[in-house]
Design a protein around this ligand. Structure first.
Ligand code: BGC
Length: 401
């Protein structure tokens, strides 16, 4: 089993209230096992005692169009008792809509996306998608495993981005499992050996759960039959003013990270781990996204950087929109988080409700391993071997203030 770090001192500050599953390794102590069994018993019996709802009113399905091969694409909607809902499609195992209450209880759709599947075939923004096999960039699309050098398609200048030309975002996933209490859906697929240049047959699933506490939990799991690399993430663009309503430059962000990985002009990490203190990258104290964005530079200008997290169930980020009162906390077991401010959006995409998505029209907080890790021995490893289970969870927790 891959060890997912259970250190709790990173799970702190104001993210403390966010429930987070703690993966254990096979050698977990008897005590941990007992606590786990009690937890499982309670999570099964309490909902039954409380009168579990049937599946139909909390997980609904409707047609969302067809793929180029004429396969039907379905949009599933999970709704909780508070009225919060998330809609996900099987194409790209992607978040399409996310209705979240503001401080007056009014629901708005706070994620960027389209009203049917067709525009997702050609857009390169990766709206809402599950990204794999390797989220973010691999320099020159090349990496070595053992004695063999693997070459991936270069789909982003000289580099490979987000799993290649036909990454997981361009695949139709199977719906394996639906649950109603709390509402949850699992997508799965088998990525054949050699798909998009990656070695090993990878069996992968991703489960989205909407809790009664307005938390969207995303859990990934994968196994391989040959050594390979893996870095799964989700590419949702959030805008708490409602998708397409204004930019996110006035959203106030805290990133619980004292360092980031600086990049070259093609957005590949230089290999350095740089402290953020005294730089425009410093979000250790809450500040509006727009405050120092010009000083960050880049072409286009904006944040598109991986922040270094403590690991464990760490409170990675908090984002607050003073106008609507919406607050989101991100808790993850991943070692990094890509903070991307939609710099490449340029007003050419028209999304839901006919709204145009301008530059900075949404932000992403992609929990992940560092970009280009396979080419940086000093970065945490993204190697997955046969017999190991890749498991990772991220929680996006919503509230208002
Ligand atoms: C990357 C950006 C990229 C975007 C594509 C982000 O994860 O960091 O550089 O342009 O994805 O939508």
């Amino acid at each position: 089993m891959i060890m997912i770090n259970n250190r709790l001192h990173g799970f702190q500050r104001s993210c403390r209230s966010v429930a987070f599953p703690r993966w254990t390794t096979v050698d977990a102590s008897a005590h941990k096992l007992l606590v786990y069994l009690v937890f499982v018993f309670l999570s099964v019996t309490l909902p039954i005692a409380a009168g579990a709802k049937d599946n139909s009113d909390v997980v609904s399905a409707k047609s969302f169009g067809k793929t180029a091969k004429d396969e039907p694409v379905t949009l599933y909607t999970l709704t909780n008792k508070d009225g919060m809902s998330v809609s996900l499609m099987d194409y790209g195992a992607a978040v399409v809509n996310l209705l979240v209450p503001d401080r007056t209880g009014k629901l708005d759709d706070v994620v960027l996306g389209f009203e049917s599947v067709a525009p997702y075939f050609t857009q390169t923004a990766y709206f809402g998608a599950t990204i794999g096999r390797y989220g973010n960039r691999i320099a020159n699309g090349s990496f070595k495993l053992g004695d063999h050098t693997y070459q991936l398609p270069k789909n982003n200048g000289p580099n490979s981005l987000h799993g290649g030309l036909n990454g997981f975002d361009k695949q139709l996933w199977k719906v394996e499992h639906k649950e109603s209490n709390p509402p949850s859906i699992r997508f799965s697929r088998v990525s054949p050996d050699g798909e998009e240049g990656y070695p090993g047959k990878l069996s992968v699933n991703v489960t989205f759960t909407l809790t009664e506490k307005n938390q969207l939990r995303i859990s990934y799991q994968a196994t391989t039959d040959k050594p390979t690399i893996i870095n799964l993430t989700n590419h949702t663009y959030f805008n708490f003013a409602g998708a397409g309503n204004r930019t996110i430059l006035d959203h106030i962000v805290t990133l619980h990270a004292n360092a980031f990985t600086p990049v070259d002009s093609t957005l590949i990490p230089t290999g350095k781990i740089q402290k953020v203190a005294g730089t425009p990258w410093d979000f250790q104290t809450a500040k509006p996204i727009g405050k120092d964005i010009k000083a960050v530079g880049g072409d286009p200008v904006g944040y598109d950087h991986n922040y270094v997290l403590e690991g464990g169930a760490s409170c990675a980020a908090e984002v607050y929109d003073p106008a609507s009162g919406r607050l989101m906390k991100v808790v993850t077991d991943q070692p990094g988080i890509q903070f991307y401010t939609g710099n490449f959006l340029d007003g050419t995409l028209t999304g839901k409700g006919g709204k145009v998505y301008p530059q900075y029209g949404g932000f992403c907080l992609e929990t992940q391993h560092y970009p280009d890790s396979p080419n940086h021995p000093n970065f945490p490893s993204t190697l997955l071997k046969p017999g190991q289970v890749y498991k990772t969870t991220t929680v996006y927790a919503f509230s208002t203030k």
